[in-house]
Design a binder for this molecule. Structure first.
Ligand SMILES: Nc1ncnc2c1ncn2[C@@H]1O[C@H](COP(=O)(O)OP(=O)(O)OP(=O)(O)O)[C@@H](O)[C@H]1O
Ligand SMILES: [Mg+2]
Length: 248
Protein backbone atom coordinates (compact mmCIF):
# COMPACT_ATOMS: atom_id res chain seq x y z
CA UNK A 1 0.00 0.00 0.00
CA UNK A 2 2.77 2.42 1.05
CA UNK A 3 6.37 1.72 0.33
CA UNK A 4 9.68 3.54 0.75
CA UNK A 5 12.75 2.26 -1.04
CA UNK A 6 16.19 3.37 -0.04
CA UNK A 7 15.03 6.89 0.89
CA UNK A 8 17.71 9.44 1.61
CA UNK A 9 17.64 13.00 2.87
CA UNK A 10 20.37 15.25 4.22
CA UNK A 11 20.31 18.78 5.58
CA UNK A 12 23.77 20.03 4.77
CA UNK A 13 26.22 17.57 6.30
CA UNK A 14 23.53 16.01 8.50
CA UNK A 15 22.04 12.82 7.10
CA UNK A 16 18.55 12.63 8.54
CA UNK A 17 17.11 9.83 6.43
CA UNK A 18 19.62 7.13 5.65
CA UNK A 19 18.58 4.47 3.16
CA UNK A 20 15.17 3.96 4.71
CA UNK A 21 13.08 1.17 3.24
CA UNK A 22 9.73 0.07 4.58
CA UNK A 23 6.60 -1.53 3.27
CA UNK A 24 3.23 -1.01 4.90
CA UNK A 25 0.39 -3.33 3.90
CA UNK A 26 -3.21 -2.24 3.38
CA UNK A 27 -5.02 -1.93 6.69
CA UNK A 28 -1.82 -2.36 8.65
CA UNK A 29 -1.15 -0.43 11.87
CA UNK A 30 2.53 0.40 11.77
CA UNK A 31 4.13 2.12 14.73
CA UNK A 32 7.22 4.20 14.07
CA UNK A 33 9.51 4.56 17.07
CA UNK A 34 12.78 6.36 17.61
CA UNK A 35 14.39 8.86 19.95
CA UNK A 36 14.16 12.63 19.49
CA UNK A 37 15.85 13.68 16.28
CA UNK A 38 15.84 10.15 14.84
CA UNK A 39 14.16 11.43 11.66
CA UNK A 40 10.57 10.31 12.18
CA UNK A 41 8.93 13.61 11.21
CA UNK A 42 11.35 14.02 8.32
CA UNK A 43 10.34 10.60 7.03
CA UNK A 44 6.67 11.67 7.13
CA UNK A 45 7.56 14.91 5.33
CA UNK A 46 9.25 12.88 2.61
CA UNK A 47 6.42 10.37 2.32
CA UNK A 48 3.72 13.03 1.89
CA UNK A 49 5.87 15.19 -0.37
CA UNK A 50 6.41 18.20 1.88
CA UNK A 51 10.12 17.49 1.47
CA UNK A 52 11.92 16.18 -1.59
CA UNK A 53 14.09 13.11 -1.08
CA UNK A 54 17.71 13.26 -2.20
CA UNK A 55 17.38 9.69 -3.39
CA UNK A 56 15.19 6.64 -3.29
CA UNK A 57 11.56 6.03 -4.15
CA UNK A 58 8.12 6.28 -2.62
CA UNK A 59 5.29 4.11 -3.89
CA UNK A 60 1.56 4.14 -3.23
CA UNK A 61 -0.20 0.98 -4.39
CA UNK A 62 2.91 0.09 -6.35
CA UNK A 63 2.84 3.42 -8.19
CA UNK A 64 5.95 5.58 -8.02
CA UNK A 65 4.89 8.91 -6.52
CA UNK A 66 8.37 10.21 -5.75
CA UNK A 67 7.99 13.07 -8.21
CA UNK A 68 4.40 13.93 -7.32
CA UNK A 69 3.26 16.97 -5.35
CA UNK A 70 1.64 16.87 -1.91
CA UNK A 71 -1.75 17.42 -3.54
CA UNK A 72 -1.30 14.66 -6.09
CA UNK A 73 -0.30 12.23 -3.33
CA UNK A 74 -3.28 13.35 -1.28
CA UNK A 75 -5.54 12.56 -4.23
CA UNK A 76 -4.09 9.04 -4.18
CA UNK A 77 -5.29 8.78 -0.58
CA UNK A 78 -2.33 9.88 1.54
CA UNK A 79 -2.93 12.17 4.53
CA UNK A 80 -0.96 13.14 7.63
CA UNK A 81 -1.51 14.82 10.95
CA UNK A 82 1.08 17.02 12.57
CA UNK A 83 3.19 16.71 15.69
CA UNK A 84 2.40 20.33 16.58
CA UNK A 85 -1.12 21.65 16.50
CA UNK A 86 -1.94 22.94 13.09
CA UNK A 87 -5.43 24.27 13.68
CA UNK A 88 -7.10 27.50 12.62
CA UNK A 89 -7.37 29.39 15.90
CA UNK A 90 -10.43 31.61 16.21
CA UNK A 91 -12.54 29.20 14.15
CA UNK A 92 -14.83 26.57 15.61
CA UNK A 93 -14.23 22.84 15.46
CA UNK A 94 -16.88 22.63 12.73
CA UNK A 95 -15.25 25.39 10.70
CA UNK A 96 -11.85 23.71 10.97
CA UNK A 97 -13.23 20.38 9.81
CA UNK A 98 -15.30 22.05 7.07
CA UNK A 99 -12.24 23.77 5.67
CA UNK A 100 -10.32 20.51 5.63
CA UNK A 101 -13.20 18.63 4.03
CA UNK A 102 -13.84 21.39 1.48
CA UNK A 103 -10.19 21.43 0.43
CA UNK A 104 -10.13 17.64 0.18
CA UNK A 105 -13.23 17.69 -1.99
CA UNK A 106 -11.60 20.13 -4.35
CA UNK A 107 -13.64 23.08 -3.14
CA UNK A 108 -10.81 25.24 -1.95
CA UNK A 109 -11.94 27.99 -4.30
CA UNK A 110 -15.58 27.76 -3.34
CA UNK A 111 -16.63 30.74 -1.23
CA UNK A 112 -16.25 29.90 2.43
CA UNK A 113 -19.94 30.31 3.32
CA UNK A 114 -20.90 27.99 0.45
CA UNK A 115 -18.60 25.20 1.55
CA UNK A 116 -19.92 25.42 5.10
CA UNK A 117 -23.43 24.80 3.82
CA UNK A 118 -22.41 22.23 1.21
CA UNK A 119 -23.99 18.85 1.88
CA UNK A 120 -20.99 16.75 0.94
CA UNK A 121 -18.83 18.81 3.25
CA UNK A 122 -21.37 18.75 6.08
CA UNK A 123 -21.67 14.97 5.85
CA UNK A 124 -17.92 14.50 5.95
CA UNK A 125 -17.71 16.82 8.95
CA UNK A 126 -20.37 14.92 10.89
CA UNK A 127 -18.78 11.57 10.12
CA UNK A 128 -15.31 12.70 11.13
CA UNK A 129 -16.53 14.49 14.27
CA UNK A 130 -18.14 11.24 15.36
CA UNK A 131 -14.98 9.26 14.69
CA UNK A 132 -12.77 11.58 16.70
CA UNK A 133 -15.31 12.14 19.46
CA UNK A 134 -15.91 15.83 18.83
CA UNK A 135 -19.61 15.89 17.98
CA UNK A 136 -20.40 17.69 21.24
CA UNK A 137 -17.75 20.32 20.62
CA UNK A 138 -18.51 21.17 16.97
CA UNK A 139 -19.66 24.74 17.64
CA UNK A 140 -16.88 25.56 20.10
CA UNK A 141 -13.92 27.76 19.05
CA UNK A 142 -10.81 25.58 18.92
CA UNK A 143 -8.93 27.94 21.24
CA UNK A 144 -11.26 27.06 24.09
CA UNK A 145 -11.36 23.30 23.42
CA UNK A 146 -9.38 21.12 25.88
CA UNK A 147 -5.93 20.11 24.70
CA UNK A 148 -6.68 16.39 24.27
CA UNK A 149 -9.68 17.22 22.07
CA UNK A 150 -7.52 19.57 20.00
CA UNK A 151 -5.13 16.71 19.37
CA UNK A 152 -8.05 14.56 18.21
CA UNK A 153 -9.21 17.40 15.96
CA UNK A 154 -5.75 17.40 14.44
CA UNK A 155 -6.35 13.79 13.40
CA UNK A 156 -9.86 14.75 12.31
CA UNK A 157 -8.48 17.30 9.84
CA UNK A 158 -6.49 14.53 8.19
CA UNK A 159 -9.48 12.16 8.23
CA UNK A 160 -11.67 14.81 6.57
CA UNK A 161 -9.82 14.02 3.35
CA UNK A 162 -11.11 10.43 3.66
CA UNK A 163 -7.61 9.05 3.23
CA UNK A 164 -6.62 5.45 2.55
CA UNK A 165 -3.27 5.93 4.25
CA UNK A 166 -2.97 8.07 7.37
CA UNK A 167 0.32 9.15 8.89
CA UNK A 168 -0.02 10.40 12.47
CA UNK A 169 2.89 12.22 14.07
CA UNK A 170 2.79 11.87 17.86
CA UNK A 171 -0.97 12.34 18.13
CA UNK A 172 -0.85 11.86 21.90
CA UNK A 173 2.06 14.17 22.65
CA UNK A 174 1.41 16.31 25.68
CA UNK A 175 -1.84 14.66 26.71
CA UNK A 176 -2.35 12.83 29.98
CA UNK A 177 -3.38 9.21 30.63
CA UNK A 178 -7.08 10.01 30.16
CA UNK A 179 -6.32 11.53 26.78
CA UNK A 180 -4.30 8.51 25.75
CA UNK A 181 -7.20 6.29 26.71
CA UNK A 182 -9.58 8.38 24.58
CA UNK A 183 -7.12 8.26 21.72
CA UNK A 184 -6.85 4.51 21.94
CA UNK A 185 -10.62 4.29 21.55
CA UNK A 186 -10.39 6.60 18.55
CA UNK A 187 -7.79 4.33 16.93
CA UNK A 188 -9.89 1.24 17.51
CA UNK A 189 -12.84 2.97 15.85
CA UNK A 190 -11.03 3.75 12.60
CA UNK A 191 -11.95 1.66 9.56
CA UNK A 192 -10.01 -1.62 9.39
CA UNK A 193 -9.04 -0.99 5.76
CA UNK A 194 -7.39 2.33 6.63
CA UNK A 195 -3.60 1.96 6.56
CA UNK A 196 -1.99 3.75 9.49
CA UNK A 197 1.55 4.76 10.32
CA UNK A 198 1.80 6.34 13.74
CA UNK A 199 4.68 7.90 15.63
CA UNK A 200 3.90 7.15 19.23
CA UNK A 201 6.00 7.55 22.33
CA UNK A 202 3.59 5.88 24.72
CA UNK A 203 4.98 2.33 24.66
CA UNK A 204 1.89 0.64 26.02
CA UNK A 205 -0.28 2.23 23.37
CA UNK A 206 2.33 1.63 20.68
CA UNK A 207 2.71 -2.07 21.38
CA UNK A 208 -1.00 -2.57 21.78
CA UNK A 209 -2.05 -1.03 18.47
CA UNK A 210 0.91 -2.10 16.33
CA UNK A 211 0.75 -4.92 13.83
CA UNK A 212 4.37 -4.15 13.18
CA UNK A 213 6.99 -1.79 14.58
CA UNK A 214 9.73 0.12 12.79
CA UNK A 215 12.46 1.76 14.86
CA UNK A 216 14.53 4.63 13.49
CA UNK A 217 17.82 5.74 15.02
CA UNK A 218 20.00 8.44 13.47
CA UNK A 219 17.87 8.28 10.33
CA UNK A 220 18.31 4.54 9.85
CA UNK A 221 15.89 1.67 10.27
CA UNK A 222 17.45 -0.34 13.09
CA UNK A 223 14.50 -2.63 13.74
CA UNK A 224 11.49 -3.76 11.74
CA UNK A 225 9.30 -6.53 13.11
CA UNK A 226 6.33 -7.55 15.21
CA UNK A 227 5.72 -5.71 18.51
CA UNK A 228 6.59 -8.75 20.58
CA UNK A 229 10.06 -8.85 19.04
CA UNK A 230 10.45 -5.10 19.54
CA UNK A 231 9.64 -5.54 23.23
CA UNK A 232 12.26 -8.26 23.57
CA UNK A 233 14.91 -6.55 21.47
CA UNK A 234 17.97 -5.50 23.43
CA UNK A 235 18.65 -2.80 20.85
CA UNK A 236 15.19 -1.27 21.16
CA UNK A 237 15.48 -1.34 24.94
CA UNK A 238 18.85 0.33 24.76
CA UNK A 239 17.54 3.11 22.52
CA UNK A 240 14.64 3.70 24.89
CA UNK A 241 16.55 3.19 28.10
CA UNK A 242 15.35 5.64 30.69
CA UNK A 243 12.06 6.39 28.96
CA UNK A 244 10.56 2.93 29.15
CA UNK A 245 11.15 0.18 31.70
CA UNK A 246 10.10 -2.59 29.33
CA UNK A 247 7.87 -4.29 31.87
CA UNK A 248 4.80 -2.14 31.46
N1 LIG B 1 14.46 21.67 7.84
C1 LIG B 1 15.50 21.20 8.52
N2 LIG B 1 16.73 21.74 8.38
C2 LIG B 1 17.79 21.26 9.06
N3 LIG B 1 17.73 20.24 9.92
C3 LIG B 1 16.54 19.65 10.11
C4 LIG B 1 15.37 20.11 9.43
N4 LIG B 1 14.32 19.33 9.82
C5 LIG B 1 14.83 18.45 10.70
N5 LIG B 1 16.15 18.63 10.88
C6 LIG B 1 17.03 17.83 11.74
O1 LIG B 1 16.87 16.49 11.35
C7 LIG B 1 16.92 15.63 12.46
C8 LIG B 1 15.67 14.79 12.51
O2 LIG B 1 14.58 15.62 12.82
P1 LIG B 1 13.10 15.05 12.90
O3 LIG B 1 12.23 16.20 13.25
O4 LIG B 1 12.78 14.30 11.67
O5 LIG B 1 13.22 14.04 14.10
P2 LIG B 1 12.08 13.29 14.91
O6 LIG B 1 12.45 11.85 14.97
O7 LIG B 1 10.74 13.64 14.39
O8 LIG B 1 12.27 13.91 16.38
P3 LIG B 1 11.18 14.24 17.53
O9 LIG B 1 10.97 12.96 18.28
O10 LIG B 1 11.88 15.25 18.38
O11 LIG B 1 9.97 14.76 16.89
C9 LIG B 1 17.12 16.52 13.68
O12 LIG B 1 18.49 16.54 13.97
C10 LIG B 1 16.64 17.87 13.19
O13 LIG B 1 17.29 18.91 13.89
MG1 LIG C 1 9.10 14.52 15.15
Amino acid sequence: MLEARDLRKSFGALTVTNRVSLEVARGERRVLLGPNGAGKTTLFNLLVGELRADGGQILIDGRDVTGLSVDARARLGLARSYQKNNLFGGLTVRENLSLAAACAQGRARTPWADSLSDRGVAEAVDEVAQRVGLTELLEVPVDTVPYGARRRLEVGLALAARPRVLLMDEPTSGIGPGGIHAFHALLRGLPAELTIVIVEHDMDLAFEVADRVTVLNYGEVVFDGPPREARDSALVREIYLGTWDGDA
